[in-house]
Structures are given as C-alpha cells and as structure tokens.
Design a binder for this molecule. Structure first.
Ligand code: KG4
Ligand code: ZN
Length: 366
C-alpha cells in the first residue's frame, strides 16, 4: 500500500461546482489541502429551483477555474497528484457529464489514473475523512436532494435501510419557506422563524410513523402546511408575524420528530444487522445544520447508546473533498476507471435495495 496518496476531486452533480485536493498518509488522519466550492444560488434564484441546463453550462464554464484554484490553494500542480476522482453520478446528468469530461481531459493530459465516484458514497464516507470513523457505522443523509439511512459496512458496501419516498426534507424546508414568503435557501430561514413560534398551535402530520420501517415521506406535510396557511389567509386576509412563526415551528417540529423516530428504528436495525461494539450515527447534508433536528438526534443517540458524529458543515454539504476522499479509498483498493467510464443519472449505493418511489427536485435518483 502506498504510504502517501494525493487525490484531486471534482464535484458537479447538482448546483455546486467544486474541486479539492486531499492527501492521506496511511495511518494518519486525512489532510484536506484545499476545498473550493462555487455555488450557483444566484443563477437559479429567479426560478425557484435548480434549472438543469443552466447548472450544466455553469459547471462547464467554471470547472477548470475551480480546479486551478484548488491546486493553487494546495500549492501543487497537476503532475503532483496521484489520480483524479470525479462524481460520475447520481445527479443532474448535464452537470455530471461536465465533471466527467473535465476529469477525463485532465487525466488524459497529465497521464493520471481516473477514479469514478458515487456522490452518495462521498457523503457516506465523509466521517472517515474528517474523523477516522471505523466501519461499520450508521449514516443519515438529509439534504435538499437526498434522504436515506445507510449502514456503511466498508468503502464499497452499503445497506440502505430506508429513505424518503417523495421529497427530501431540505426540499420540504425550501418549499415551506416559499409558501410563507421567506427567501432561499429556506432551511435556515424557517429555522430562524421557528425559534419565535409555538410548535403546538398547528397539528401537522407525522407522515409514515404508523408504518413499520425507516421509509419517510415529506410531501404530505407540505400540503398540510399549505392548508393551514390558506385557512388563516381566508379567515384574516393574511398572515401575522406570529402566524408565520407558529407555522414554521409546527413544520420544523414535525420534520424533527419524524426524523428522530425513523432514526430510532434505523439504530435498532443497525444493531440487528451488525456486530458493532461502539455503534455510531453520523449525519451529512445541509438539514443536519438544523439545531432542533441535531439536538433531537443527539438526545436519541444518548438513549440508544450510539456515538453521534456531525462532521463540519462545509464537509456535510456538497463539496469535492468528500469525492477526493473516496478517491483515496479507491486508489488504495486499486479501483480505477477507464476512459470509457459513463456518467450515471441514477446510481443507488445499495444495488440490492428496492428502488424508491420518488426523488427530490434536485435530481438525486438513488
Ligand atoms: O447538503 P445541501 O447543501 O445540498 C443539497 O441538497 O444541494 O443541503 C441544502 C439543503 C437546502 O434544502 C436547505 O434549505 C437545507 O439543506 N438546510 C436546512 C438548514 N440549513 C440548510 N434545513 C433546515 N435547517 C437548516 N438550518
Ligand atoms: Zn449531496
């Protein structure tokens, strides 16, 4: 096994163009030499969601600048990296293609090996990069595009315990913000309002809690919130500041409670299916930034006897360091890709799990 591995990673599967250099010396925690992220919020702001065409074009225009910035920040040139790792799915296909073409060009030009990375594996293996996490552990991935529970057995072996059958929670937060006239991205704004609100005023549903297992649903919650809002508007002609805060608090409490209960079931399934002696729950995704949700999960872990790990937020949300890290793991395993490697819009981590019914607006098909 090579002592030191240095990988350039590229990410462009949704609305963040990112490049990063990660170095790993065997037996020592990873060193993130650079992690550059160009977000596209401004480009999509007028459309109420990510426009795949605009995203793909922006990735194509920015990837090489992003790579240059990442190499510069790492004080390296392309010839000094061992391989180029790139997200080749799942995601919005135009963006994924932009990244894959860029990576192939760099690999061919510099004569470096190419490594194909599953975006979800990037999230799932982040605790190994940031905290040297030991297999197996339980991962809850909650973002604007994804929501699933995974047992991470090894760098290339995952069991999907369940996930959303329709919207991702971040998407529901964003839609709630839109319904209530707040801005974008909605999660932090809904959270800010919720602090001032009374979560008990509106009785919003806790979807799928009556069904066994870890699957979740968030689209009905959004409809219930819309109804509650419309009732007030019909009655009073509009929302007061307090109405809005109470709706946000009620919505956030419903999401938190649902996530915590489903996580409890995932913890039990994890214990059933592994022989972990020090079980751990790790989170990833933007929604994991929510204080109420995080506190609920932390409390649950205490009760279940699980360690709780939330990597720094910049590595929980979309970034290329996590892609470079999977590159490190695959490099050490000798798992390289050919120049014929294809971009994949759908690419579940657990090939044996039954396909989910729905998908998030951001296009994660996993
Ligand atoms: O992981 P992320 O950056 O990537 C994508 O899915 O693209 O997650 C972004 C999502 C958005 O939907 C955002 O509203 C949500 O995470 N989010 C939050 C909070 N901060 C970000 N949701 C709830 N509470 C927050 N504090
Ligand atoms: Zn992601």
């Amino acid at each position: 096994m090579s002592e030191t591995v240095t990988i350039l990673g590229l990410e462009s599967s949704c609305d963040d163009t990112a490049a990063s250099v990660v170095r790993h010396v065997a037996g020592v925690p990873a060193e993130i030499l650079s992690s550059v992220v160009f977000d596209q919020h401004a480009l999509h702001a007028d459309f109420g969601g990510v426009v795949p065409e605009i995203a793909a074009r922006a990735h194509a225009e920015r990837l090489d600048i992003c790579v240059e910035a990442a190499l510069k920040e790492a004080s390296l040139c392309l010839t000094q990296v061992d391989a180029i790792a790139v997200t080749s799915g799942p995601g919005l296909i135009g963006g994924v293609l932009s990244g894959v073409m860029c990576a192939k060009g760099l690999a061919a030009g510099a004569g470096k090996p190419l490594i194909s990375v599953n975006h979800l594996a990037g999230h799932a293996l982040t605790p190994r990069m940031t905290d040297d996490a030991v297999f197996p552990y339980l991962m809850l991935l909650v973002s604007g595009g994804h929501c699933q529970f995974l047992i991470v057995h090894a760098a290339d072996r995952f069991t999907r315990l369940g996930g959303t059958i329709d919207d991702a929670p971040g998407e529901a937060f964003d839609k709630t913000a839109k319904l209530l006239g707040l801005g974008n991205p909605g999660g932090p704004l809904v959270e800010r309002e919720a602090i001032k609100g009374d979560a008990a005023r509106f009785k919003l549903p806790r979807p799928l809690l009556d069904r066994a297992g870890c699957d979740m649903s968030f689209s009905g919650l959004k409809t219930a919130l819309r109804r509650a809002r419309d009732l007030i508007v019909d009655e009073k002609g509009g929302l007061t500041v307090q109405d809005r805060a109470d709706l946000c608090a009620g919505f956030q409490a419903a999401v938190a409670e649902t996530l915590v209960e489903k996580t409890r079931r995932a913890c039990l399934a994890f214990m059933d299916q592994t022989n972990a002696t020090t079980p751990m729950l790790a989170v990833a995704g933007g929604v994991a930034a929510n204080t109420a949700i995080r506190a609920g999960l932390q409390e649950l872990c205490k009760v279940q006897g699980f360690d709780f790990l939330a990597p720094p937020l910049k590595y929980c949300t979309d970034n290329a360091a996590m892609i470079a890290w999977v590159g490190v793991e695959k490099y050490r395993a000798g798992d390289f890709s050919s120049m014929a490697m294809a971009a994949r819009p759908r690419w579940p981590l657990d090939q044996a799990a039954k396909p989910m019914l729905g998908s998030g607006k951001k296009g994660a098909k996993a």
